[in-house]
Ligand binder design. Structure first.
Ligand code: ATP
Ligand code: MG
Length: 506
């Protein structure tokens, strides 16, 4: 399917066409100094191609979130855990939903990390989801800098690696990079070199001009034409645009940028009492806490999931990129519960599951639940943790139905979610009058290999008044639960036989 979208006009008023299908295979680099109109150009490209192809925008300033209202992009905030970012990226590819990934409010290092993880998540999608996606990265020099800056080496490597994947190895996986930068000289060479299409805007500095000339295969004198370009004017070159350098003027856009260039405004008339006005504190000033800028709270994953499971605005024409499965009917509660329980035990059966964080397991759980076609709102993270805690404690039916176990469950709410599994493991041993679990066994229930941490956890429960820890004459440990009127049998804290050592050592 050949789709030529309209980017604006060429001299003489003819439309300037961009071949989207060709673009998917040959990628695009946009460069121009600040204010030359790159973000405007990207917006035009996104608006015009929205009905034809899935889009993901890496948006450092949150400028593109305005696409959401008109074109149905989902807005994903970058301030999330790694596992959440990977999970969301995976589902973006599965469900083929366009999204604006906004990094507004994060510091540069966090922006690089989040973008790197998210891009890699898109890149690592399963083969069956390698549908075409335009991946637009504004301010690409931030994510693929040519030299190291103030950020940590880790963050730089992560983000540069992801950008290199996108531009060098993304095509086969359906990812088509469209990157924009103010300064070519600041953009890593290998990332820039993979684009075969160029839109060059106003460029002042010789060093950028020289890089542009090299990339476009022009001689340096010819590249001088970039110096005098007006805002919104670009020179187009490449298989998706034009075989020869072609000056174009970018057309209007439908949505507006959240940030725009400052405009001069007449100053208000100066009042008489300026000094009074500025120096007189208002009474609340002294009570007000000193506020530092805090990034907006991230949206919970469940929100995003709910949004993802909604249908997007109807696609027009013979659009093939935005079809989705018909909504599934609700399933009976009992069946839903049965499937959820099956998914949960499937995940926890993996011997390595004990050493994965709850959020990684949770992502895995949500994906599998979807694969099993469990309908209805996804289980919340809190509820999931709770169930994992109970499952990890490994209670049998008889214990589970006992009154003491119900008390233990209530008591476990007094510790944070990540500690509940350990608490219940100990409580179970007490209720069933089993030997006290070893340090390694406790550590495993907490998802770690550290015996020291296990002992600290017991110390913490003791401080909370939940347990009393003591030792018998042979040095074996007993943990008593005053509220349950039960205690464990003596158990060797250093024992290794109650853990599967093979997995514990991995
Ligand atoms: N083709 C155009 N037609 C009308 N207005 C334009 C056009 N191109 C840019 N503008 C306006 O010019 C201003 C600067 O453009 P834009 O934000 O796209 O620049 P930029 O190259 O992305 O700059 P920066 O690198 O600083 O982000 C914006 O207010 C934008 O709306
Ligand atoms: Mg911009």
């Amino acid at each position: 399917m050949q789709v030529g979208i309209d980017m604006g006009t060429v001299a003489g008023g003819q439309p300037a066409k961009l071949d989207i299908e060709e673009l998917l295979a040959t990628r695009l680099l946009v460069q121009g100094n600040s204010g030359s109109g790159k973000s405007h150009l990207l917006r035009r490209l996104l608006e015009q191609s929205a009905p034809w192809v899935q889009q993901v925008i890496i948006d450092p300033e949150g400028d593109f979130v305005t696409l959401a209202d008109k074109y149905g992009h989902i807005v994903v905030d970058g301030d999330r855990s790694d596992a959440e970012l990977i999970g969301i990226a995976t589902r973006i590819r599965q469900h083929r939903v366009s999204c604006v990934f906004t990094l507004e409010g994060l510091d540069i290092e966090q922006q690089m990390r989040a973008a790197g993880i998210f891009l890699n998540g898109l890149f690592d999608a399963e083969r069956e989801y390698w549908y075409p996606v335009l991946v637009v990265v504004d301010e690409a020099q931030m994510f693929a800098p040519s030299v190291g800056g103030d950020v940590s080496e880790d963050a730089r490597k992560l983000s540069l690696g992801a950008m290199t994947n996108l531009m060098c190895r993304g095509r086969k996986r359906g990812l088509a990079g469209v990157i924009a930068t103010q300064r070519l000289a600041k953009l890593a060479k290998n990332v820039a070199a993979e684009a075969s299409n160029f839109l060059m805007g106003r460029t002042f500095l010789d060093i950028d001009m020289a890089r542009a000339a090299d990339l476009l295969g022009m001689d340096r004198r010819q590249a001088e034409m970039f110096r005098d370009l007006k805002r919104g004017n670009f020179v187009a070159l490449g298989p998706a645009l034009s075989r020869r350098p072609l000056p174009i003027v970018i057309g209007a856009v439908e949505t507006s940028a959240r940030s725009s260039s400052p405009k001069l405004m007449p100053l208000p008339e100066a009042p008489q009492d300026v000094e009074d006005l500025i120096f007189t504190p208002d009474p609340e000033e002294f009570n007000r806490p000193i506020l530092r800028r805090t990034p907006p709270a991230p949206r919970p994953t469940t929100d995003i999931l709910a949004e993802l499971s909604k249908a997007s605005p109807a696609a027009s024409g013979d659009d093939i990129s935005i079809q989705r499965a018909p909504a599934q009917p609700e399933m009976p509660a009992a069946e839903r519960e049965e499937r959820l329980a099956a998914v949960l035990s499937e995940i926890l059966e993996d011997p390595q599951a004990a050493y994965r964080t709850d959020s990684v397991l949770y992502q895995e759980f949500l994906v599998r639940a979807r694969m099993r076609r469990v309908t209805g709102p996804p289980m919340a993270m809190g509820e999931f943790r709770r169930r994992v805690a109970v499952a990890r404690a490994g209670v049998d039916e008889e214990t589970a139905s006992s009154e003491n176990w119900q008390t233990a469950l209530t008591l476990s709410l007094r510790v944070s979610e990540d500690l509940q599994g350990v608490f219940l493991l100990m409580a179970k041993a007490a209720i069933r009058n089993e030997p006290c679990p070893s340090d390694l066994r406790i550590a495993k229930a907490y998802g770690t290999h550290s015996a020291r941490r296990a002992r600290r956890l017991l110390g913490y429960f003791e401080e909370q008044g939940l347990v009393v820890v003591h030792t018998d004459f042979s040095g074996k440990r007993i943990v008593a639960f005053p509220d349950l009127e039960a205690e464990t049998l003596p158990g060797d804290p250093n024992a290794t036989d109650d853990v599967d050592l093979k997995t514990a050592a991995e």
